[in-house]
Design a protein around this ligand. Structure first.
Ligand SMILES: [Zn+2]
Length: 198
């Protein structure tokens, strides 16, 4: 029997306070989840929405690894590792405020000190060909993806969505991501190098 492929969607900065919070990350994550459910076949999806404000404990930092949000993600990655041979795919969803709409629509961030995983470069190229204005940048201490990659051998990236994007545009971008995942990611797993510094 062919095992289902497992996708995790995480939103560490979901809580809004005056000082912090990713305004549209939860909405973007929901749209991505729906798009993947619609387009990608034979997948199991897990979504994890952060439940602590960033100015109290930044759930994307190593200092907050013991928090329930992080434990739930870790338990799921652990379950995947012990029950399937396929590595997990994790999208860590964030959003950024942009003054002008003519800036980037989305950008990918790598883990600190590492280059983008090869599959992220391929996904970014695909989206860029579809007309998405994007960038792939070196990230800071993004501990959700760092732990997923280094403890569990996952394929993981951080995606930032522009807060100014219209609902329909987020939907369009997420549908393309879902199509790419369906057509390319799971069928070319062995060709997707994980981390060149593992
Ligand atoms: Zn964030």
């Amino acid at each position: 029997m062919e095992m289902a492929s497992i996708i995790l969607i995480t939103v560490p900065h979901a809580i809004q306070t005056i000082a912090s919070g990713d305004e549209t990350a939860v909405r973007a994550a929901k749209i991505l989840k729906q798009s993947l459910q619609k387009v990608a076949k034979n997948i199991v999806l897990y979504a994890f929405i952060g439940d602590e404000a960033r100015d109290i404990c930044d759930l994307n930092r190593i200092e907050c690894r013991a928090k329930p949000f992080r434990r739930r993600i870790r338990n799921t990655l652990n379950m995947i590792q012990t029950t399937t041979t396929d590595p997990a795919l994790l999208f860590d969803i964030h959003s950024f405020p942009a003054e002008a709409f003519n800036s980037l629509e989305i950008y990918f961030l790598s883990e600190q000190g590492h280059s983008q995983q090869q599959w992220v470069i391929e996904l970014a190229r695909f989206l860029s060909q579809k007309g998405v204005t994007l960038a792939a940048k070196p990230g800071g201490s993004n501990d959700v993806i760092t732990e997923a990659i280094h403890k569990f051998g996952a394929f993981a990236t951080l995606i930032e969505f522009n807060d100014m994007l219209e609902f329909e545009r987020v939907q369009t971008i997420c549908t393309w991501i879902a199509h790419w995942v369906q057509q390319w990611f799971f069928s070319h797993l062995s060709a997707n190098a994980r981390c060149n510094l593992m």
